[in-house]
Design a protein around this ligand. Structure first.
Ligand SMILES: [Zn+2]
Length: 761
C-alpha cells in the first residue's frame, strides 16, 4: 500500500526518522526532492509497479507547489480579411491560436457567457500597455520579431484568472472523408482544442528560471496509486489561490482518501476552512448549495460573521451645508456558525488532546535557585539600587520626567548580571553610576553556579539551553559563551533573526551535537522544538510572563523521553528577586484565567505587590516559602497531565501505546485479545531472497521459444536476451540449486499492535 505525506519540507527528515521509521515496522520511506524524482515514480507506476509493503512517499509542500512559470501561447498578429482600419495604415490585431492560426474568441463582455464572441484584443491576456504598430514594424524590419509576434526583449506580464480560455475552441466544418464518417450527426464539427498556455521557456528569455516540473501535478497523474494522502499542517493550505493550496488540491486527487492534520484548524474566521472543504469534500458543499462560484462574502454571511465598516468623513463645504462622505466596506469578523461545524466537520474530525490519548509525559521539574551576591558586588549593588530607586521616584513624582522608571529595571538587572561593567544612568542633569568590579576574568557567584550546573548536567549526559533577556548590545549571550568556553564547554549562540530559518539552524546545531545553546528567550517563544536540550536555565528572566511560560516548554513535548529540568537562578536582595516574584504573581493570574487556580488561592502567590516596589531591598529575600510557592504553582499548571519519572517512562509509554492500539482495534470492530492470540500463534511464511534465478530460467525458456520463430520483431528480442544467456552461463547447476529461494518459517514479531502515527507538532 502506498501513502503520500506532505509536510513543511523542514520537518521531512524528522517525519522519516523520528515518526515513521520509529513507529511503523517494516516500511519503506522515500522522499521526493525534485520533479525528476516525481517523474521517476510516475514512470515506475505506469510500468505496473506496485509496492510490496507499506510505502510512504514524503514530499515538502513548499517544493510540491513550485512549477514553471506559465506563459501564454497565443500569437499577436494582424487579422486576416479585415480591411485597414484607417488611412494611416494601422491594422486590426488580435491574439491568434498557436495551433490552427485562427483568432482566439472571447466574450465581448467579460464574464458574460452569452455575450457575442469577438477576437481577443491585447488586454484580454496581456497585463502591460499594448505594443504599438510602429514598434512592431521596427522589430519586423530588424528581424527581431519573436515567434509569438512580439518584439524581442519585450517585458510582458500575462493576466492570470480562472475565466480566461484554456483551449482554442475554434471549430472546423468536416470535409472529405470525415464528412461521411459515422456519427457525424452528433458531432458535426472538429474542435481545434490547442492549449493556449504553456511553460515559459528559459532560453527564449520568457522566464528567469529554468523550467521545472511541478511535483504536485505529476503526483496528480498517479490517480489512485496512493491509498491515503496525509497532509500535515493542513491549515497552511487554506488559501484559495496560493501555490500551496493548489499543490494540496492536486495531491488530494492522487489518493483515494485524505487525512488532514492540524493544530489550528481555523483562525477564527469561517472562510479559513472554506477551501479545505471545497478541495476535499465538494459534494457536501454542493448539497448545501455552495459551489465554486460562491464568494467569501456569501460564505461568511451563511457560516460566519460579517461586519460593515462605515467610514464617515465629515467636511465643511460652504457655510450652510455640511456634507458627510460615507463609505461602506464589508469584511469578515471572527466567528463561526455552529452549523458549519455540525454540517461539515464533526462527523469527519477527530479532536485530540493529550489527556484524551492517555499518554503520559516525562517528568518536568522546576528549580528556583536563590543565590547571594559576592561581598563587594552585593554592597555596590545595594548602594546603586537604592540611590537609583530614590532618584527615579523623585524624578517621576515631582518634576514628572517621563520614563524615569524605564531605565531602572535594565540598569539594576544588568548590574546584578554583569558587575564587571560600569553602569551609568542619566536622569535629567544627574548621572548615577555603579563601578566596574574587576575585568571580567573572575566569575561572580551566579556565573560560577551557571558553569557548575552546566558541567554537572553535561556529566549526566544531558544538554542545556541557556536563556537571556538582555542580548544585542548588552552582550549577555556572548558573555555566557565566553565563560563556558573558558571552562571547555562546547556551546553555540542561536541568533537567527529569520523565523523560518531558525528551525533549520537548530537542526544544524543538533546535527553538530552542540551540548549547550545560548539564546534570547524571545526567539524561541513559540513553535520551536528543542527536545534535544532537555535542561533549560534562565540566566535572565523577562517581565512578560507568557514569554517565560512558553519558552520554558520548548523541550517538554511529546516524544521527549529525558526528564526535563527548568532552573531559575535568582540573586537574593536584588531586582532579579522582585522580577521573579512578579512573574510568580502573573503566572498565578494567568492560571486563574485558565481555570486552573481558585481566586482564594491567588493571594499566596502574589507576594509581590505595588507596595513592594517601595519596600527595602532587604525584604527581597527568598525564604523556603517562595521556592515552595513556586513549585506549588508549577504543579497547579501541570494538573491533569500525567508525568512519569524518566527511569520508568519508556516502559509506561509503551504499555500506554499498547492500550491505545487496543482501543483502536476495538473501534475497528476487532477483539484485541483474539487478535493478539491469532497473531502470536500463526507462524508466517516469509520468503527470504529474491526469486531472480528462477526468473532467469523462465526467461531462458521464453528465449528458446522466441528463437524458434524468426520474424523481424523477435530478432530484436533475441538480441536483447543474449546478455541474459551470458549471465546464466556463469552459474553452474549446483549454484542454481543453492540459489533457489528458501522458504523459512519465521515467527512474526507482533510489533504492529502498539503503533501510532500522529503529528503533535
Ligand atoms: Zn486553434
Amino acid at each position: 500500500m502506498a501513502v503520500l505525506l506532505s509536510a513543511p519540507a523542514i520537518t521531512l527528515p524528522k517525519w522519516k526518522s523520528k515518526e515513521l521509521l520509529k513507529t511503523v515496522p517494516d516500511i519503506e520511506v522515500n522522499i521526493i526532492r525534485s520533479g525528476n524524482d516525481a517523474l521517476a515514480l510516475l514512470k515506475r507506476v505506469r510500468q505496473g509497479y506496485k509496492p510490496k509493503k507499506l510505502e510512504f512517499t514524503l514530499v515538502g509542500i513548499d517544493k510540491a507547489k513550485l512549477g514553471s512559470e506559465i506563459y501564454f501561447g497565443g500569437i499577436w498578429k494582424r487579422m486576416y480579411n479585415v480591411p485597414l482600419e484607417d488611412e494611416l495604415g494601422t491594422f486590426e490585431y488580435a491574439w491568434h491560436c498557436p495551433g490552427c492560426g485562427k483568432p482566439i474568441l472571447v466574450p465581448l463582455d467579460e464574464g458574460d457567457d452569452k455575450s457575442e464572441l469577438v477576437p481577443a484584443p491585447w488586454d484580454t491576456f496581456a497585463d502591460v500597455p499594448m505594443v504599438s504598430a510602429q514598434e512592431l514594424e521596427i522589430a519586423r524590419r530588424q528581424g527581431e520579431l519573436l515567434p509569438n509576434g512580439l518584439p524581442k526583449g519585450i517585458k510582458i506580464k500575462w493576466k492570470r484568472h480562472s475565466k480566461l480560455p484554456k483551449f482554442c475552441e475554434h471549430s472546423f466544418p468536416l470535409t472529405g472523408v470525415d464528412a461521411t464518417r459515422e456519427g457525424k450527426e452528433e458531432n458535426p464539427d472538429r474542435i481545434c482544442g490547442e492549449r493556449l498556455w504553456r511553460p515559459a521557456i528559459h532560453s527564449l528569455g520568457e522566464s528567469r528560471n529554468r523550467s521545472r516540473v511541478n511535483i504536485s501535478q505529476v503526483l496528480k497523474r498517479l490517480k489512485g496509486y496512493f491509498a491515503l494522502y496525509i497532509c500535515d499542517e493542513a491549515h497552511m493550505c487554506k488559501s484559495e489561490d496560493s501555490g500551496r493550496g493548489d499543490a494540496f488540491a492536486q495531491m488530494v486527487k492522487s489518493a483515494k482518501r485524505t487525512l488532514m492534520l492540524t493544530g489550528t484548524i481555523t483562525n477564527g474566521k469561517s472562510t479559513s476552512i472554506k477551501e479545505l472543504l471545497w478541495r476535499t469534500d465538494p459534494r457536501s458543499l454542493l448539497e448545501a448549495g455552495v459551489d465554486y462560484q460562491t464568494g467569501s462574502v456569501e460564505w461568511a454571511s451563511r457560516f460566519g460573521k460579517l461586519e460593515q465598516v462605515i467610514k464617515e468623513e465629515g467636511g465643511d463645504e460652504g457655510v450652510i451645508t455640511r456634507r458627510n462622505k460615507r463609505s461602506v466596506q464589508t469584511k469578515e469578523a471572527p466567528g463561526i456558525a455552529p452549523q458549519l461545524t455540525a454540517q461539515f466537520l464533526l462527523h469527519k474530525s477527530a479532536f485530540l488532546e493529550l489527556p484524551d490519548l492517555g499518554l503520559p509525559l516525562v517528568e518536568l521539574k522546576e528549580y528556583p535557585v536563590f543565590l547571594d551576591m559576592d561581598e563587594g558586588h552585593g554592597e555596590h549593588y545595594t548602594k546603586f539600587h537604592n540611590t537609583l530607586h530614590e532618584a527615579c521616584k523623585k524624578a517621576s513624582g515631582a518634576s514628572g520626567t517621563p520614563g524615569a522608571w524605564s531605565k531602572f529595571n535594565p540598569a539594576t538587572l544588568m548590574y546584578s548580571a554583569r558587575p564587571d561593567q560600569e553602569m551609568i544612568v542619566r536622569l535629567g542633569q544627574s548621572a548615577y553610576t555603579a563601578p566596574a568590579l574587576g575585568d571580567g576574568s573572575m566569575l561572580h557567584a551566579k556565573e560560577r553556579w551557571l558553569v557548575e550546573t552546566v558541567q554537572s548536567e553535561l556529566s549526566e549526559g544531558r544538554r542545556c539551553i541557556i536563556f537571556n533577556q538582555f542580548t544585542g548590545s548588552y552582550n549577555m549571550n556572548e558573555r555566557v559563551e565566553e565563560i563556558l568556553q573558558r571552562m571547555g564547554v562546547r556551546c553555540k549562540i542561536l541568533n537567527e533573526p529569520n523565523t523560518e530559518l531558525r528551525t533549520q539552524r537548530l537542526a544544524e546545531y543538533e546535527a553538530e551535537e552542540y551540548p549547550v545553546i545560548i539564546c534570547a528567550m524571545k526567539l524561541v517563544e513559540v513553535g520551536l522544538d528543542m527536545m534535544y536540550w532537555p535542561t533549560i536555565i534562565y540566566n535572565q528572566l523577562s517581565y512578560e510572563v507568557s514569554t517565560v511560560r512558553q519558552s520554558s516548554r520548548r523541550a517538554w513535548r511529546i516524544g521527549q523521553d529525558r526528564e526535563c529540568r527548568v532552573y531559575y537562578p535568582i540573586y537574593n536582595r536584588s531586582q532579579q528577586m522582585k522580577q521573579f516574584m512578579h512573574i510568580m504573581s502573573a503566572r498565578g493570574h494567568a492560571l486563574m484565567v485558565e481555570g486552573r487556580l481558585d481566586k482564594s488561592e491567588l493571594a499566596s502567590f502574589s507576594i509581590d505587590s505595588q507596595s513592594s516596589l517601595a519596600r527595602d531591598l532587604a525584604s527581597c529575600f527568598a525564604g523556603a516559602d517562595v521556592a515552595k510557592a513556586w513549585t506549588t504553582l508549577a504543579a497547579k499548571e501541570m494538573a491533569g497531565i500525567e508525568m512519569i519519572a524518566e527511569a520508568n517512562f519508556k516502559d509506561v509509554l509503551s504499555e500506554r501505546m499498547q492500550r491505545l492500539a487496543d482501543e483502536t482495534l476495538k473501534l475497528c470492530g476487532i477483539d484485541p485479545a483474539q487478535w493478539h492470540q491469532e497473531r502470536s500463534k500463526k507462524p508466517i511464511i516469509k520468503e527470504i531472497g529474491e526469486t531472480r534465478t528462477i526468473d532467469l530460467m523462465n526467461d531462458l525458456l521464453i528465449r528458446q521459444e522466441v528463437q524458434a520463430e524468426t520474424s523481424a520483431t523477435t530478432r530484436i528480442l533475441s538480441n536483447n536476451v543474449i546478455n541474459l544467456e551470458e549471465e546464466i552461463r556463469i552459474l553452474t547447476f549446483a549454484e542454481l540449486i543453492v540459489d533457489e529461494p528458501r522458504k523459512i518459517l519465521k515467527k512474526q514479531i507482533p510489533t504492529h499492535e502498539n503503533q501510532l502515527m500522529w503529528d503533535f507538532g
